[in-house]
Design a binder for this molecule. Sequence first.
Ligand code: ISJ
Length: 431
Amino acid sequence: MLNVRQIRVNWSKDKLQKLIDAAVNQEIFSFFESSDEQTKWIGIGSTSRINPDSVQNSFDVVRDWFLNIQKQLPKKTDLNSIAVIGGFSFYQFSEKSKFWQNWSGGVFVLPRIIIKISSDKVVISEIREHGFSGDKLEDALDKIMRMDGSSSTLRSFTKRNDSPDWAKIVDELAGKISQDEILKKVVLGRFSEGILDGQIDSNKLLKGLQALNRNTYHFILKIKDQMFVSATPERLFKLEDKDFSTAAVAGTIKRGDSQLSDDKLSLELYKDEKNRAEHSIVATEILSKIKSFSDDIESSKVPMILKNQTVQHLYTPINAKINTDKNVFDLIKIMHPTPALGGFPTKQALELITQLETRKRVMFGAPIGYITLSGNAELIVGIRSMYINKNNFLIFAGAGIMPDSVGSSEFAETELKLQPMLKLLQYLEGK
Ligand SMILES: C=C(O[C@@H]1C=C(C(=O)O)C=C[C@H]1O)C(=O)O
């Protein structure tokens, strides 16, 4: 059995921020913030952790672990205020990756202390395997807040000159797609890697992630020497009881320097046939997946524009009511990967991705996020993200390749998609 104690607090914003600042410095830290900044989950420590073996189906392994936790919670627990936080692996059943080590199959934590901040309340829960040692939860939190902050600094980082052939591979792939009767789209990624000199100041990392990336999710999972950080704009889905919401995010153009040029670019993107076709493949496939569990679906007929720091996307929000008793894990299996990260048809696209990409994606492009112990969840797509292992970093950026794609333009697009994490590293360097 697990022991749980929970409190609802009416703290000032400053006091909450102080707790978050202290939490970030802990060895094991997890953080999720929605793009409207209305929902935050902050996890400190770990009462239970699962690292699915990469050759197993990580969705099933995490589900079994999750169900086992559910069974062990006391009856009166407010299950909606406790969540596991983590990420799956992009592929089910792949080989181990040396670089990702025990994260090869993804990783989820049940934090020891978890803070749920929503628009109307803040609930803090502590979950322990053994009983609580006398002190109150408030005292345990005070203790965390009194701990010294870290004094780490990132002196510099060096990025290796990577993927010299990527544009050429894209041109070849586009040629292949145009000759193939079935294959329509493949999302090909490139990896930018390098070395960190010094240690990242986690507090500054979170501040930078938020300040440099407005209008995106903010996600951090740190377990000792390993960390995954993301400023993704893309939701795989949010599940709240029977309400299911997602969005198609595909089709990209840069931001303009002025309001006028930015609006001109939005219009160019909106009217561009290649981008509209690319977007339509994603939206249509997402809708067809949702039809398997809903007959009440709402989506806009034409895409909107979603603006992030360095790029803007075509964007179609989709809402549905679920008509079966499928749980969050069933839904992940159905939804992942959408053609925004895989391609179309999925199977052929995934085969090509495995053949052509130089590294395993693992958590890049995979479902990451939180799952509450009541079975609600928000899973986001692990892009605009970076993985750090000790002093090595790896950043991923992909682009949807269509028959008329041009390697050099897709390369330029991925350069823009690498920026959120490269700018974050620059910010951490203090430059
Ligand atoms: C693959 C990435 O982004 C995806 C691909 C897009 C595209 O090709 O237009 C747009 C948004 C994402 O769905 C990435 O950022 O790495």
